[in-house]
Design a protein around this ligand. Sequence first.
Ligand code: HEC
Ligand code: HEC
Ligand code: HEC
Ligand code: HEC
Length: 127
Amino acid sequence: MRKPSALALALAFVLATLAFAAVPEKVTVSAASAKQPPVTFNHAMHAAKLVKTCETCHHNHKGLTAAAKVEVKKCTSCHLDTKGNVMPSAREMSMTKNPFHIRCAACHKTEKKGPVVCAGCHVKKKA
Ligand code: HEC
Ligand code: HEC
Ligand code: HEC
Ligand code: HEC
């Protein structure tokens, strides 16, 4: 009887993880793209080793882990059209005012790794 119950548990665990968005492999952020091409990056690699905690980026999800059973909110569900708000807007071009520029580019700069020039993140589609 021990084997099947362990298997059932393992299965339940897998299903539970699948039911909620698994940590995506690649992420494309395009919600604001009007002046610049969308930005695609290796999310799994950032989540697993480049960045210490999920919360560094998903600051609104305290204590988020890969195993957490929660629905993760898109940054842009809050950070679009924030005029007159304390929140930085994803529509900003400035390197110090756009939430992605603040969070993403700043780390690349301090770690001297990862793209810091516009076209390094905003990659133009090949025609
Ligand atoms: C580290 C990656 C990164 C770098 C470097 C970067 N950006 Fe962005 N930028 C983003 C992300 C991610 C967004 C959000 C995109 C979206 O929501 O469509 C964004 C949004 C924008 C937006 C607002 C959305 C739009 O397309 O109108 C502008 C404008 C922009 N960036 C311009 C620039 C310029 C100019 C540079 C260089 C001086 C630059 N970015 C460098 C990642 C980056
Ligand atoms: C480098 C910053 C960064 C790190 C670290 C990070 N994420 Fe993300 N994650 C993002 C961005 C950006 C998106 C796309 C959000 C958007 O489109 O606005 C995203 C999207 C997601 C999504 C999909 C949300 C959706 O509805 O599309 C999930 C789930 C997620 N992340 C979970 C995690 C977990 C769990 C961790 C830690 C193990 C983690 N992330 C670490 C930046 C990050
Ligand atoms: C539920 C709404 C919500 C979501 C989702 C959200 N934010 Fe924020 N964010 C805020 C609010 C409110 C502020 C301003 C108050 C503060 O600093 O906490 C803010 C501030 C920021 C700041 C400026 C302050 C700082 O920490 O330097 C950055 C950068 C930022 N967010 C990036 C992100 C990124 C990247 C994502 C997605 C991975 C994200 N946010 C998701 C609500 C949100
Ligand atoms: C805490 C540090 C840190 C943060 C925050 C961070 N990155 Fe990075 N990123 C790195 C490092 C380090 C590399 C270089 C990896 C390598 O070359 O091995 C990198 C590489 C990249 C690359 C090139 C490889 C790939 O993933 O395609 C892109 C694009 C990128 N980052 C985009 C982003 C975006 C967009 C965000 C914000 C949502 C972000 N990064 C946030 C540290 C960070």
